[in-house]
Design a protein around this ligand. Structure first.
Ligand code: PHE
Length: 528
């Protein structure tokens, strides 16, 4: 691959970083604003407006989450090989604007008469199509905007790490504002207002990128522009075919997402995946097959062992996010149904509270950034696998906090909001220990030629987390008969069961990873 060396001058920089970093920062901030603003409302909207059963609501958010993080594997590869990152981000951004604005079309609320639910079928089709647009949009935008950040710095530039930290702060700034804003608009004025606000945020993100792309200094251009322009099928160039393929993919995803509650009895009782899961398994098999082939034919023994360690980190992330992603599933219904909402003189709605995760990241990130070098100097900096083990344990402990709160309700029978806030805090300590470490391990331990494939694997791991988080959430699904009020004690007992199980997953996997740490370290061959 030919790389173009671009001399950077002071005028290309702003506060010590390339101007392109700020372009990526704001684009991703707005993209995550729209993504998480929408996600904060999604399950509540399904259950309360379209009267989905809890189980079907969880199935849909699982299918959506699974597809939305499987698609970056393809979007990343297409950009890497042909399209270039800049064009991919613009294309993804356009799909995202359309998808988020489409979500604002609510149609009629569902009604239930004698147990028969009537839904607005037309509006639901618009809704599914909007989800498909968002899934394809994230697939083109999310992996590539992060890759651009990496390309803005020459290799071994000491500013690269702080550049990525700033970028991660942008992600969480967007998520922190949007949960509160879109949640408040959506739950106070009507769902469409919240979803529409997410769409307007994405317009700002796209406009920012279109204006700022000149500052990327050619780092995000296609590898071989002539090949991209070459006509390969009648009047169509490779570039046209990519866009047309994406539009065809859109239709496929539109169909797939509607099959969220369908399970294919391939081997009855043993292998009954949903069509979405089957698609994910296929992508995984192709990716895994390709990488294993590469590892066993093109790698030295040391490289191979380091690549296996990357697989291990991907699995730790998968486990962690299986617990974490419940914050947009079971935690939302838990806080909506069985918790007191008053704190600091404000009644906080369930969707607004999803912002807590990002808020705590913003608070904790500088503390961790300050602490690591100091611990390192004192010889107390834990290894990467040990940090992952602690991260998983903290995720488990966060669920124990919720177990405690469910077993000690306040005088009105509902749980305290402050325990909920504390659970988020503990969970985010876990995220700080595990997520950035996993990401840097992928980039440091993978053989450079396949680093974008391994990043795809990392996203794919998260897509399984989404499906598993939704499956776990279903353990707490409850059907409230028409006109009946929720029995709080019964509901708390269900959440108790789910949270105990989730806590066990976190703590047990933390212990297993800690025991495996010396072996993993050996296969890291000196990478810290
Ligand atoms: N907060 C992170 C983000 O939105 C969570 C994440 C982790 C997303 C891994 C995708 C993959 O970027």
């Amino acid at each position: 691959m030919a790389t173009i060396a671009v001399a950077t001058t002071r005028s290309d920089e702003w506060f010590g970083h390339p101007k392109g970093l700020y372009v990526c920062f704001f684009t991703e901030m707005w993209e995550r604003f729209s993504f998480y603003g929408m996600k904060a409302l999604l399950l509540l909207y399904l259950v309360k407006y379209h009267l989905f059963s809890d189980a079907n609501g969880y199935n849909l958010i699982g299918a959506y989450g699974g597809l939305v993080y499987a698609m970056p594997v393809i979007g990343g590869l297409l950009a890497d090989r042909w399209l270039g990152m800049r064009k991919a981000v613009v294309f993804g951004g356009i799909l995202l604007v359309l998808g988020h604005l489409g979500m604002a079309i609510e149609g009629h609320p569902a009604s239930s008469v004698n147990g028969v639910v009537t839904r607005d079928a037309g509006a639901l089709q618009v809704f599914y199509f909007s989800l498909a647009l968002i899934i394809m949009g994230v697939g083109f935008l999310k992996p590539n905007i992060s890759t651009i950040v990496g390309k803005l710095y020459p290799e071994n530039d000491p500013r690269r790490d702080s550049g990525f930290s700033l970028f991660y702060a942008g992600i969480n700034l967007g998520a922190a504002i949007s949960g509160v804003l879109c949640g408040w608009l959506g739950e106070t004025f009507g769902w469409g207002w919240g979803f529409g606000a997410a769409g307007i945020g994405m317009i700002a993100g796209l406009a920012n990128f279109l204006y700022g792309q000149k500052y990327l200094m050619g780092h995000a251009e296609p590898r071989e522009p002539t090949k991209l322009r070459e006509r390969v099928f009648g009047p169509f160039s490779r570039e046209h075919l990519i866009y047309l393929g994406a539009l065809a993919g859109l239709v496929v995803v539109w169909g797939l997402i509607q099959s969220h509650s369908l399970f294919l009895k391939i081997i009855p009782g043993v292998f009954e995946p949903s069509p979405v899961l089957l698609g994910m398994h296929l992508v995984t098999l192709c990716l895994l097959g390709g990488i294993l082939w590469f590892m066993f034919t093109r790698c030295t023994k040391i490289e191979r062992q380091q690549m296996f360690v990357v697989f291990a980190f991907i699995i730790f992330c998968l486990l962690f996010f299986t617990l974490y992603e419940q914050t947009y599933g079971s935690w939302v219904l838990f806080s909506d149904r069985v918790m007191n909402h008053g704190a600091l003189g404000v009644e906080w709605t369930a969707s607004e509270l999803t912002s807590l995760g990002a808020v705590f990241i913003l608070v904790l990130a500088p503390i961790f950034a300050w602490a690591w070098p100091r611990l390192d100097k004192a010889g107390l900096n834990p290894s990467k696998p040990a940090k992952s083990a602690y991260g998983l344990t903290f995720a488990g402990l966060a669920f124990l906090v919720l177990v405690w709160s469910a077993r000690h309700p306040q005088t009105n029978g509902l749980t305290s909001i402050w325990w909920f806030v504390f659970a988020y805090f503990v969970l985010e300590v876990g995220e700080m220990l595990l997520s950035p470490i996993g990401l840097s391990a992928v980039t440091e331990l993978s053989v450079p030629r396949v680093v974008s494939l391994m990043m795809g694997g990392w996203f794919l791991g998260t897509s399984y987390s989404e499906v598993l988080a939704a499956q776990l959430g279903k353990l707490s699904a409850m059907e409230i008969p028409e006109g009946a009020v929720l029995n709080i004690a019964d509901a708390l007992a269900k959440y108790d069961q789910l949270f105990v199980f989730s806590a066990k997953i976190g703590i047990a996997s933390g212990i297993v990873v800690l025991i495996a740490t010396p072996f993993i370290k050996r296969w890291m061959h000196g990478v810290k």
